[in-house]
Design a protein around this ligand. Structure first.
Ligand SMILES: [Zn+2]
Length: 261
């Protein structure tokens, strides 16, 4: 459901917006505490927001403990290069980032698409361009029926609008209904999503030579992202970069990566 604040978000006059702020005080996106700015976090939630900041691995977007230059790869990327070109995420899937994703995906807080999408635009600035195709990871239509919205598509729509690129929610489709990935091992996840994705009938030519930015809310083991990327590349996309709001990093306990040049 669209909130009253969202309905009135485009009120042009500063005075009218001031009145609106008195009537509907601004709240922290995460915990509902009063805050001073729209789409903001209170100090407590801000402090528990595990932002991913540069320098990062050129391929996997995981932070380095020291600056080693723009294009350095982490040992993990060298040992097992991803099928996509680059991954960038706003934050690790912990603390406030996890609370926001859960509220957005399962708590009916659809208005979070706009601030979360704007953060993603900042995180993906190096590869987002008006010539990119912005494609969300699709849901199977049965899951779409039960959940009633695709959270990745809502984020992709905001991102495409912000960077003036084409939003393409119907190009990539999920034709196989896969089990929920939660609780599966990495191998089981890969098997679960293998051949789950297809290009929409008659549209493979639309990808020819195009740069794609694939959008998802959370990157976990990457098996879904890998399956989507392979499908897009086989259909003629020239390159695929991935942009997610959160990154669930199983090696987070190892702390930051050491760079290999
Ligand atoms: Zn808060």
């Amino acid at each position: 459901m669209i909130s009253l604040r969202e309905k009135l978000a485009h009120v042009p006059s500063a005075t009218a917006r001031g009145v609106l702020n008195v009537l509907l005080p601004l709240r922290c996106m995460c915990c509902d505490t009063r805050v001073g700015s729209e789409d903001g976090l209170c100090p407590v939630c801000w402090n528990s927001m595990p932002f991913i900041e540069k320098p990062v691995c050129h391929r996997l977007g995981i932070p380095f403990s020291y600056d080693v230059g723009e294009e350095a790869w982490s040992p993990r990327a060298i040992a097992s290069p991803p099928v996509f070109d680059r991954l960038r995420s706003v934050a690790f899937y912990e603390g406030s980032a996890q609370s926001l994703v859960l509220a957005f995906k399962f708590g009916g807080r659809r208005e979070l698409a706009r601030p979360m999408g704007k953060w993603m635009v900042s995180a993906g600035r190096e590869f987002l361009s008006p010539d990119s195709l912005i494609i969300p990871v699709p849901l199977h239509w049965l899951r779409l029926l039960s959940r009633r919205f695709n959270q990745s598509a809502a984020l992709a729509q905001v991102i495409a609008k912000e960077c003036g690129a084409a939003y393409e929610p119907d190009l990539l489709t999920r034709h196989k209904r896969t089990r929920q990935q939660v609780g599966l091992t990495a191998k089981e996840r890969q098997k679960n999503v293998r051949s789950a994705f297809r290009i929409a009938a008659g549209r493979s030519g639309d990808l020819d030579g195009r740069h794609v930015v694939l959008i998802d809310d959370v990157m976990t083991t990457g098996s879904t992202i890998a399956a989507c990327t392979k499908t897009l590349l086989s259909a003629g996309a020239s390159s695929v970069d991935v942009l997610t709001f959160a990154l669930a990093d199983p090696s987070r306990s190892d702390q930051e990566e050491t760079a290999i040049l």
